[in-house]
Structures are given as structure tokens and as C-alpha cells.
Ligand binder design. Structure first.
Ligand code: AHR
Length: 531
């Protein structure tokens, strides 16, 4: 047994040295090889070629539970401070994380949404049944004008998901014309009659959502044919260059990715991917596990499941690379995040869940993975902004709290539009029972003013992680840092105690020449800035 461990350590050391030498980094490696650090890293600070698209830090809001209603929309007559019906506190909080893009109105809801029911005087809008999310009445009070007003208040791009499952080509064409055409037509006259003279900019348009499931239960061949037809009529008007997004797979449905790419790649600018994660439970109702009551086995299970994002991206990108070798088409992970049982006492169809330090570390892993694959991943939209799934914000009447996941987005915004830096990481293991995973997740970038940012997650709730990192090609002078952690794995913010989990300054690091040494706390997210 001991010999096997020795062999493993010895040979992984040999492999690491070989990789470093092959990569022409003898000098940097020599500087770290004699150290006893458990984790070793090299960041090639002058070898970055790809930009991290800020849309990787995008969001998603659906007509589901209390995401849109209560989360954003309280109505003009509400006692909750609002601007044209949209609550000010939520807008302010999202502006602080520079929300770059917001996807709406679904989700599954998108493929039963008929946009014409959501325009005109609110008291005349027809009511509809929200069949996916609790069979509740949808008043249509929040429609196209309200959503685009919200995007203007947030200063973000709009990403609209159109209805393929139960909609028509004409309906989709009319919607795009209504929103973006500047000329004189029946649709633009209607828009003007509803109070909006100038067209909006709508940059992103999705042609359907999960059409392999709630969006019509189609085989990929049928969807690809429908996609080609529907997208023909999604036009760029009046200088609004629209980005067309095809519906991609959920998880490992690689045949879907292959067929849709093969048959429709010429007609798309991007294709989506959805990936939800949980602990050791199943996807059944009340079988996913509690968001707040869990032990280390469940912590470990989520970390392990979150790391599946790496092979998943690889598998889908390999298919895309075969069909689109020039990488013209973006991969948009336009739904992802943790999915737990709804909070006890809430409507299970409303998907309201709490959000702990565990969700924050999982989010950090996702974002590091997207950064690392930014050559192909051009957008990602965490599900969902308020009160639903892995939310940024929870509201209760006039109260609002920020979740640990919100804080991860706030800490990671330093990566927006920066150049991704290649990283070599030899991570220690996080062992639990007979299983083990890598203890560290990391990504790094350099912004336009030359500042380097490294975002780390230490997945291990029991061991701190010492890291020795060579900043190859840099002459660093100053370093600062922030950390998100807490005493317990289950720590979370509540309306009574809203600041249990929040970022703090971090100074447990040392710079010697271009060698950075740091010790990351257990179960933490740390972002360092090096100048
Ligand atoms: O985000 C909740 C649901 O998850 C979305 O409506 C759907 O697209 C996905 O299955």
C-alpha cells in the first residue's frame, strides 16, 4: 500500500517535471521544485491569447415562482420602492455585480409564452396558466416592455428566448420586428401605441428552450429542421445585429449536440448547454437533498458532481470543434447551477431554495471552468436571479438579502473581458471515504491595465491548502486578496442574519520575486490581485 502511494507521488512528480520542461519553463519550475508545498502552480502571465467574455457572468430569470413577480416586479403602486414597477433594491444589487446579460422569459415557460398577451394596458392583458411551474395564473403584468425596461435600468444586454414548442414562425418574426425595427409597420405602430417610440436593442435571441424536453419533446432531427425554419425569420433590423442561439443539449446528450450542429451550424451564432448539479440524491421531487441540512458526504457529492462540468465542456466542445473548427459558434451555458429540494413550507413548484457556502464554492468551480474554456464558452447564465434555484438574491416582502453565490459573482467580476492566462496546476487530493477529487479549482486572467487576478476554490472542508505559484513572465510588486468562507459548511444568510457569509480581506500570502505562496482556508473561495 505504502509503495503504491510512493509510486503515485513519485510518478506524478516526474510527469509534472516533464510537462514543465516540455513547456519550456525550467526556470520557473526550478524555483518551486524544492518547496514542500502541497499544491504547485505555474501561471504563464505573458502567454494569454483568449478573452474572458463578460457574458460568462450572465443571469437567467424565468416566470417561475417568485423570480420575476416579487423578485423584480412589485408594480407601480407597491410600497416597496420601485421604478416603473421594478424594485430598486434588487436593481441596485445587480448593478453592483455589473450584470452583463439577462435571459428571459424562460426556461420551460418560454415555449408556452405568447408575447402579444404581455403588451398593452396591464388591466387588459389576458391571463394564462403557467403549466410548468405550479399551474398558477400568470397575469402577464410583466411583459416585453417591462423586461426591456429592466434591462435598461440594469444597463445589461437582453437575451430573449423565443417560443418554438407551442408558438408559430409568424409570432416569433413579429416579436423581433416589434422590438427592434425602426420603420413604419403594423408591429412598430403597435409598439408606439404602447408607449415606446424608438426600438430597443435586443442582442441575443434563443430559438426555443430544452426542445428535447419541456420545449416540445422533439428528437434532434426534428428540432434542427424547425430551428432552420424559425431562425430564417429572426432578422437583424435597423442596425440591431441579432445573435441567434440554437437549443443545445442538457448534460451529456452528445447525440443532440452532434445532430443539431451538423444540420444547423450554418444558421446559428451560438448553441446552448444546460447543466444542473446536486448532491447524492436523485432528480425526483424531494429527493435532491436539503439546501441547508447536510453532512460532509453531501458536501463532497456536490463538489464531485460540479467537477463534471469539465468533461462535459470537453465533450461538447470536441463535437463543436469538428463541425466548426474556426470557433465561430459560441457555446452558451445558458442554464446551470445547484438544484435542491424546495425550502420546507414553500410551494415545491416554485423552486425556492436557500444558498450556503457549499453553493458558493460550487459556483466558483463553474466560473473557473468557464474562464478556462473561454475560447468556446462565450456566455453562461446561472439559474436563477431571484428566489429560484441558485439565486443571487432572496426577497421577503420589502426585505432583500444577498446569497453567498452573489458574493462569488461580485468577487469574480475582476475577470470581465480580461485575457485568460494558462495555468499548470498540480493539486492535492480532497479525500472522502474511498473517493477523492482534486482539492483545488483555479483560473487566472490579466486585465487591460496589467493586473493579474487568480480565483481559487479550496473544495476541502477539512484541510487548508498551501499553494506555491510561479508567476512566469511577471515582475509582481503588490498583492491583495479577498476571501469568502465561514465556520460551517452549511453557513448561509437569512433575513434575520443577512451577513453570515460575506467576503473579507485576505492577507495570508507572500511574494518572493515571482513566487507567490499562499494558504487557502478550508472550504473557501479566494481571489488575489497581483500588480
Ligand atoms: O430553471 C428551471 C428549469 O430548468 C427551466 O425552466 C428549464 O429550462 C430547466 O429544465
Amino acid at each position: 500500500m505504502k509503495l503504491r502511494v510512493f509510486n503515485k507521488v513519485f510518478f506524478s512528480g516526474i510527469i509534472f517535471i516533464s510537462i514543465m520542461l516540455m513547456a519550456g519553463c525550467g526556470r520557473a519550475y526550478a524555483a518551486v521544485q524544492n518547496e514542500s508545498a502541497v499544491n504547485r502552480m505555474i501561471i504563464y502571465t505573458d502567454k494569454g491569447t483568449e478573452r474572458i467574455n463578460r457574458n460568462i457572468y450572465g443571469h437567467f430569470s424565468e416566470h417561475l415562482g417568485r423570480c420575476v413577480y416579487e423578485g423584480f416586479w412589485v408594480g407601480e403602486d407597491s410600497a416597496i420602492p420601485n421604478t416603473r414597477g421594478i424594485r430598486n433594491d434588487v436593481v441596485e444589487a445587480l448593478k453592483k455585480i455589473n450584470i452583463p446579460v439577462l435571459r428571459w422569459p424562460g426556461g420551460c415557460f418560454a415555449d408556452e409564452y405568447h408575447w402579444k398577451e404581455g403588451i398593452g394596458p396591464r388591466d387588459k392583458r389576458p391571463k394564462m396558466l403557467n403549466t410548468h411551474w405550479g399551474m398558477v395564473t400568470e397575469t402577464n403584468a410583466f411583459g416585453t416592455h417591462e423586461f426591456l425596461d429592466l434591462c435598461e435600468q440594469l444597463g445589461c444586454d437582453a437575451y430573449i428566448a423565443g417560443n418554438v414548442g407551442s408558438g408559430t414562425v409568424e409570432e416569433m418574426q413579429d416579436w423581433v420586428e416589434y422590438m427592434t425595427f425602426d420603420g413604419d409597420t403594423e408591429m412598430t405602430a403597435l409598439r408606439r401605441a404602447n408607449g415606446r417610440d424608438k426600438p430597443w436593442k435586443v442582442k441575443y435571441f434563443g430559438v426555443g428552450n430544452e426542445n428535447w424536453g419541456c420545449g416540445g419533446n422533439m428528437p434532434p432531427e426534428s428540432y434542427a429542421e424547425l430551428y432552420n425554419r424559425f431562425q430564417t425569420y429572426v432578422r437583424s433590423y435597423s442596425g440591431n445585429e441579432i445573435v441567434k442561439i440554437a437549443c443545445g443539449p442538457g448534460g451529456e446528450n452528445y447525440p443532440w449536440m452532434r445532430v443539431v450542429m451538423e444540420r444547423s451550424h450554418r444558421n446559428m451564432n451560438a448553441i446552448s448547454l444546460h447543466h444542473y448539479v446536486r448532491g447524492s440524491g436523485t432528480w425526483g421531487q424531494n429527493e435532491k437533498g436539503s439546501a441547508t441540512q447536510f453532512d460532509e458526504a453531501e458536501w463532497f457529492a456536490l463538489m464531485k458532481n460540479t467537477l463534471t462540468v469539465y468533461p462535459l465542456l470537453k465533450g461538447n466542445i470536441e463535437i463543436m470543434d469538428r463541425i466548426d473548427p474556426d470557433k465561430r459558434i459560441g457555446l452558451y451555458v445558458d442554464e446551470y447551477g445547484t438544484w435542491w429540494d424546495a425550502e420546507p413550507g414553500t410551494n415545491p413548484s416554485f423552486l425556492y431554495q436557500q444558498n450556503t457556502l457549499r453553493d458558493a464554492v460550487s459556483c466558483g468551480i463553474f466560473l473557473n471552468a468557464f474562464n478556462e474554456h473561454c475560447e468556446r464558452v462565450k456566455m453562461a447564465n446561472i439559474a436563477q436571479t431571484n428566489n429560484v434555484l441558485q439565486a443571487m438574491i432572496l426577497t421577503k416582502g420589502e426585505k432583500m438579502i444577498l446569497t453567498p453565490t452573489y458574493h462569488v459573482f461580485e468577487m469574480f467580476k475582476v475577470h470581465y473581458d480580461a485575457t485568460m492566462l494558462p495555468v499548470e496546476l498540480q493539486s492535492s487530493d480532497y479525500r472522502f471515504g474511498n473517493n477523492s477529487i482534486k482539492a483545488l479549482s483555479v483560473s487566472a486572467s490579466k486585465d487591460d491595465s496589467g493586473r493579474i487576478h487568480i480565483s481559487f476554490c479550496n473544495l476541502d472542508p477539512g484541510k487548508t491548502a498551501e499553494v506555491r505559484c510561479a508567476l512566469e513572465g511577471a515582475e509582481p510588486k503588490r498583492i491583495s486578496g479577498r476571501v469568502l468562507t465561514a465556520k460551517t459548511m452549511t453557513a448561509h444568510n437569512t433575513f434575520e442574519n443577512p451577513e453570515v457569509v460575506k467576503p473579507a480581506n485576505f492577507s495570508n500570502f507572500k511574494l518572493e520575486g515571482n513566487i507567490l505562496t499562499t494558504t487557502l482556508p478550508t472550504k473557501s473561495v479566494v481571489v488575489l490581485e497581483i500588480q
